[in-house]
Design a protein around this ligand. Structure first.
Ligand code: GAP
Length: 578
């Protein structure tokens, strides 16, 4: 069985995740996290918060998931957030046209960049058929399909709204308030973990392409002229980079460079993007991504989103396919400029000069009592052009008359009738539109990657064993307490130990059913890193057995020291260190 199928089976059986609404026939593209999966996802989000909010000193907000149409007109999603769709005339099934081409034509990896017309041609040239019914798709039109879920806000259909396709917009639209919260000083970062919705044409690969998913996004607002990332913090971090030129080479491969070298050698063009690629390595390691199955891939020119000036993706290898789990984009001033254009409030910030700047400004006040009688109906246009010329070319006012060109005619105006003067003005600063650097993490794809990468098997006591080698801080359960027998007071002692550990803040399971080996296997299978066994010796000397999941080694420790022992183990000690 492939690793993805094995995982899907485990996920369903042990309550990590499963297709939603199966009692009603299921709904493609929606998954429910069961108790183990919900806990794992929560732990992953906690690690993300710990790094990207607390450690990097950013703030977090929570915005609504439904937003009015005007937001998406401004953001470009209404016009540009499309995928290519082809519908089978025979069975009515709809498919991602670019994916059909990628699956059928070996040389094409990113058909999205080719456009609907060319994709339609390729479907015909390669005789691509409907995956559902095998009907020929050659004559079917390939069209753009907007991925946003629409809705109405309030009764009636006057106020059109959409479920947000990215959490980012909930941050951008609040920039006027957020800048005040940041006391009008750049740089500052605002994070959000929340749901996003995309009406994917062909949801697939379990949690990889779903219609409702969770994003963890950070929008870092910077002054592009003066703000630099604290690059020393990550300068020596090693990045596995699959750069654009390597993707064009037939034998191009991933190369490892430090953040510093990648910047010096121009492999990564933007220092903020490089900074976040460096910061994120710690995150991927902490959540348990297998770093031998991980890379950063640079976007090719035609692949970038409508807003992105420079972009790298973090990708994990799952079942032989590389899957994007995070996008790192330099979004420039695209979003704030657009919202500034469409909305009523200011999306700029005041940049204070180090020293106030004094500049000269040409001003005019054309004498209409002269221009009116002299030029009749043309007077107003001439006055307007005098003002424009003063702004463009002060030297035009140096003689006795100034020549104004209007609709092919030249009008000579005495300079004294323009009231031309040069004025000095002192300014403390200027209004600028901040730029945005955005690491955008797909939480569900990360949960899926962590599970697949953690899924291991070995042989213990001549028996095959499957286990999840999850990092302790990610495991849904930290400790399972198991009495050797559910009798003779062992069960009561085990229950009270479990309660003590819960009071100390650990996620604890209690299990007294089945033989002890089977109970260990059950915990191994869901990734519980430690099992504590209460046996008859516990009653004599107050010690319990602590068993480590990966090595299956065991050691005895005093039950009174258990909470402290578990803390040491979670923090990285092994049993032999105790
Ligand atoms: N704000 C930027 C943005 O939304 P994106 O690359 O479209 O960028 C970011 O999405 C991340 O969200 C992706 O790297 C991926 O992990 C996740 N994602 C996107 N579409 C998804 C889907 N249909 N199902 C699951 N995760 C998805």
């Amino acid at each position: 069985m492939s690793e993805t199928r094995e995982l899907a089976e485990l996920a369903k059986r042990r309550g990590f995740f499963f297709p939603s609404n199966e009692a009603y026939g299921g709904t493609a593209g929606f998954y429910t996290y069961g108790p183990e999966g919900a806990a794992l996802k929560r732990n992953l989000e906690d690690v993300w918060r710990d790094l990207f909010v607390r450690e990097l000193d950013n703030v977090e907000l929570e915005a609504p998931t439904i937003m009015p149409e005007a937001v998406f007109e401004a953001s470009g999603h209404l016009d540009g957030f499309d995928d290519m769709i082809v519908e089978c005339a025979e069975c009515g099934a709809t498919h991602r046209a670019d994916h059909l081409v990628e699956d059928a034509v070996p040389d094409i990896e990113d058909a999205e960049t080719l456009g609907p017309e060319r994709v339609g041609e390729l479907i015909a040239e390669h005789g691509i058929v409907c995956p559902a019914c095998d009907a020929d798709l050659a004559d079917e039109p390939v069209e753009e399909f907007n991925l946003m879920f629409g809705t109405n806000i309030g009764p009636g259909s006057a106020a059109r709204g959409y479920l947000r396709p990215e959490t980012a917009q909930g941050i951008f639209v609040e920039f006027p308030r957020l800048k005040e919260y940041a006391r009008n000083r750049l740089p500052f970062g605002v994070a959000q973990i929340g749901r996003a919705y995309r009406n994917e044409i062909s949801p697939r690969r379990a949690l990889v392409r779903v219609r409702e998913f969770t994003q963890a996004e950070l929008e870092h607002f910077i002054d592009p002229e003066s703000d630099e990332p604290p690059i020393d913090r990550v300068a020596d971090v090693e990045l596995p980079l699959y750069a654009a030129p390597a993707q064009h080479d037939d034998d191009g491969t991933t190369e490892t460079h430090t953040v510093r070298d990648a910047l010096n050698e121009g492999i990564i063009g933007n220092d903020w993007v490089a900074y976040y690629l460096g910061c994120a390595i710690d995150f991927y390691e902490r959540i348990g991504i297998d770093m031998d199955r991980f890379r950063y891939r640079q976007h090719l020119a035609g692949e970038r989103a409508h807003y992105a000036a420079d972009c790298w993706d973090a990708e994990t290898e799952l079942g032989g396919n590389w899957i994007e789990v995070t996008g790192f984009a330099y979004r420039s001033d695209y979003d704030l400029s657009k919202h500034g254009e469409y909305a009523d409030e200011s999306f700029t910030i005041f940049r204070q000069y180090d020293e106030p700047k004094t500049t000269e400004r040409a001003i005019v006040d054309p004498d209409m009592s002269y221009l009116g009688p002299e030029f009749g109906g043309d007077a107003a246009a001439i006055a307007k052009e005098i003002e424009a010329l003063a702004g463009r070319d002060r030297s035009a006012f140096e003689g006795e008359t100034v020549d104004i060109e209007l609709d092919g005619d030249t009008y000579s105006i005495p300079v004294e009738k323009t009231d031309f003067a040069v004025e000095e003005q002192t300014e403390a600063g200027e209004h600028i539109t901040p730029h945005v650097v955005e690491p955008s993490f797909g939480v569900d794809r990360l949960v899926y990657s962590v599970l697949i990468h953690a899924h291991e098997s070995d042989t213990v006591d001549d028996e095959d064993r499957a286990f999840l080698d999850l990092p302790a801080e990610m495991a849904p359960t930290t400790v399972a307490v198991v009495p050797l027998m559910a009798k003779d007071g062992l069960d009561e002692r085990a229950q009270s130990i479990a309660e003590e550990l819960r009071a100390a803040g650990y996620e604890v399971a209690y299990d007294d059913t089945g033989n002890i080996g089977r109970r260990y296997r059950r915990q191994d299978e869901v990734g519980t890193p430690y099992c504590v066994t209460v046996d008859y010796e516990t009653q004599q000397d107050g010690t319990v057995t602590v068993r480590e999941r990966d090595s299956t080694e065991q050691t005895r420790v005093g039950a009174d020291d258990l909470a402290a022992v578990i803390r040491r183990l979670v923090d990285g000690d092994s049993l032999s260190d105790l």
